[in-house]
Write a protein that binds this ligand. Structure first.
Ligand code: G6P
Length: 612
């Protein structure tokens, strides 16, 4: 979704803003813009449709814009088509207010009408222009200064926003405010930064403030002041970002996605090591005591995209090990179906970014109903991390490619640990089983590395299907959950239509889509379901399908049925998804590369979906 950056300090702002926007490219965007104010108090706004390169060309890599204070934006269109006119920054007619915005203003039509009655005119189709002009309106009408003008606007608008604003009268200042959209503020000795996410400022500072919901801040070179909605100044603690800068670079790989696929062994072991101490799982640091866990009689998991698929896998594992009922829901559905939430339940929100609007809303829904919440989050200090009662941090480090890989793998680990701990605390597994499961988990990083060694074969096989129109993934039980993830990876980055089916469901419709040469990928890692899925593969083969089997080492008989096989090392079937996902990620990657697509930034998609 949209990305915001801002800079005020001694350097030229434009190159810093462009660099920050480049690091936010992964969020997804279709146009971009900058506003920079020079020493003579002139503000210049430059915008361009398309990739950042267009904006860089227009501004000669920023050198054409002079000034030490500025704001920048990458826009992912919601209101109004992607165009230069709709791109941010947006301005009031006399350039009194210039602003960038991430989020959605739900009542912008109403605000627009009010402003039109007050002789404002509008040049774009965006909701942002309404917010800019409303700030201008209050600022001038009441002559009340920035704090009250912004606060009045915040009270008047409905929806979500992170905004960065420059006022004509206030050189050397950037004003920001937020509600439900991400924003961090970084400070160094002589400069201050604002951004939608950490990678944008990591090259400049690691000292950040997290601005809370319905709060404002004034940024000056090297200093920042925070205010609540009443205009009272509030104190904030400075936090340090632990991620190293290299983590946000490609490190010799052609794409972030491939680099992140290779970082999975580390993401898995770092996440395990953070919570396994002396052979036991310790969630005290996560705020999840044994007493709390013992009270849990029902689990709800709410998540979106790949995180939802982690929830699907976790459902099988929690129910199998801990015998506690689990319901997994798409967060976007959960929030609108008036779920029956009881106090002995636990609502788990899984989210890489910790900012996905629907997942955050699920946490809030649970809290309103007095139900304890647990966030499984990769970004420290994100909204879900701050609002959930307990938080397990996945240790994947910054993930840049839009299609998640290492964060997904780290989320699986967090959920395995949760399931084992819950089962052990409830007496559903004994110490021997507990220790055995942890010992097997400790082997996963090296087994993932082993799967990565097979990547050339996967590349070779994938190349044969780069012109495919449809790909089907079939599996049962946890294999079905991994099929969902494999299919999502395939479609999101290669734009090939793909679907995942519970293998037993094929005969209820989908089999009619199978034609001569259709690629069907069967996942068979669960021993008790192996024969069943194999029979389903035979059924599609006899209708002309070309078959790939993904199964565990030892199941060599599969080669009698399928045309191409990928083996993963043997592991406890409960953990097979951690290994099976890797070849499927690689297939999506190679398919995308083979088709000449933008692997890291697929069209129309955003890394962090901060609007509904
Ligand atoms: C987007 C990303 C997916 C991700 C999903 C949920 O669609 O492209 O990779 O799984 O959002 O994001 P979250 O940050 O909540 O895990």
């Amino acid at each position: 979704m949209c990305g915001i950056v801002g800079y005020v300090g001694p350097e030229q702002a434009a190159p810093i803003l462009l660099e920050g926007l480049t690091r936010l490219e992964y969020r997804g965007y279709d146009s971009a813009g900058l506003a920079v104010r020079d020493g003579n108090n002139r503000v210049e706004v430059v915008k361009a449709k398309g990739r950042l390169k267009a904006l860089k060309d227009k501004t000669n890599d920023g050198s054409a814009l002079k000034g030490n204070t500025g704001i920048g934006h990458t826009r992912w269109a919601t209101h109004g088509e992607p165009s230069e006119n709709n791109a941010h920054p947006h301005i009031s007619d006399d350039l009194n207010v210039v602003a960038v915005h991430n989020g959605i203003i739900e009542n912008f039509t109403e605000i627009k009408e009010k402003l039109i009655k007050n002789r404002y005119s509008f040049y774009s189709e965006t909701d942002t222009e309404a917010i800019v002009k409303l700030i201008d309106y209050y600022y001038k009408k009441y002559n009340i200064g920035p704090i009250d003008a912004i606060a009045k606007t915040m009270v008047r608008v409905r929806g979500s926003y992170a905004i960065a604003v420059m006022f004509k009268d206030l050189p050397g200042e950037i004003w920001v405010a937020r509600k439900d959209s991400p924003m961090i503020i970084g400070v160094s000795d002589d400069a201050t930064y604002v951004a939608s996410d950490v990678p944008a400022i990591l090259n400049h500072t690691r000292s950040v403030y997290y601005i809370g919901n319905l709060e404002m801040a004034c940024l000056r070179a090297g200093e920042v002041h925070f205010y609540n909605l009443d205009g009272d100044e509030i104190g904030k603690e400075l936090s340090t970002i632990e991620w190293d800068t290299e983590a946000a670079e490609k490190g010799g790989f052609e794409h972030f996605m491939m680099k992140e696929i290779h970082e999975q062994p580390k993401a898995v072991s770092d996440t395990m090591n953070a919570y396994v101490k002396d052979g036991s799982i310790d969630f005290e640091a996560a705020g999840l005591s044994s007493e709390k866990l013992k009270k849990v009689k029902r689990v709800y998991i709410a998540a979106c995209g790949s995180a939802y698929h982690v929830g699907m896998t976790a459902q099988y594992i929690i129910e199998s090990l801990a015998r506690v009922p689990v319901r997994v829901e798409l967060a976007s559905e959960f929030r609108y179906r008036n779920p029956i939430l009881e106090e002995d339940s636990l609502v788990i929100a899984i989210s890489q970014s910790g900012e996905t609007a629907d997942t955050l809303a699920a946490i809030r829904e649970a809290k309103e109903n007095g139900v304890p919440t647990l966030g499984i989050v990769n970004v420290v200090g994100s909204s879900i991390a701050r609002e959930a009662d307990s938080v397990i941090n996945t240790m994947a480090g910054p993930e840049i490619a839009v299609a998640t890989t290492k964060a997904y793998s780290a989320q699986l680990i967090a959920m395995y640990l949760f399931a084992i701990k819950l089962a052990f605390e409830n007496g559903k597994i004994d110490k021997e089983r507990h220790d055995g499961l942890l010992a097997e988990m400790a082997t996963l990083p090296s087994k993932i590395s082993k799967v990565l060694e097979d990547k050339e074969r996967i590349q070779w096989f994938t190349a044969k299907f780069s012109l495919a129109h449809d790909v089907f993934f079939i599996g049962r039980g946890m294999d079905y959950a991994i099929c969902l993830e494999g299919s999502l990876k395939m479609k999101e980055i290669s734009y090939i239509h793909s679907e995942a089916y519970a293998a037993g469901e094929l005969k209820h419709g989908t089999i009619s889509l199978v034609e001569d040469g259709t690629l069907v990928i069967g996942v068979l890692t669960q021993p008790e379901l192996y024969e069943k899925t194999r029979s389903n593969l035979v059924e599609v083969k006899s209708r002309g399908a070309y078959l790939m089997g993904l199964t565990s080492a030892g199941n060599y008989g599969i080669e009698d049925t399928v045309d191409f096989t990928i083996y993963i090392p043997k592991t406890d079937p409960l953990f097979a998804d951690s290994l099976a996902v890797v070849p499927l990620q690689l297939m999506g990657y190679y398919m995308s590369v083979g088709r000449g697509l933008d692997v890291d930034k697929p069209r129309n998609l955003a890394k962090s979906v901060t609007v509904e």
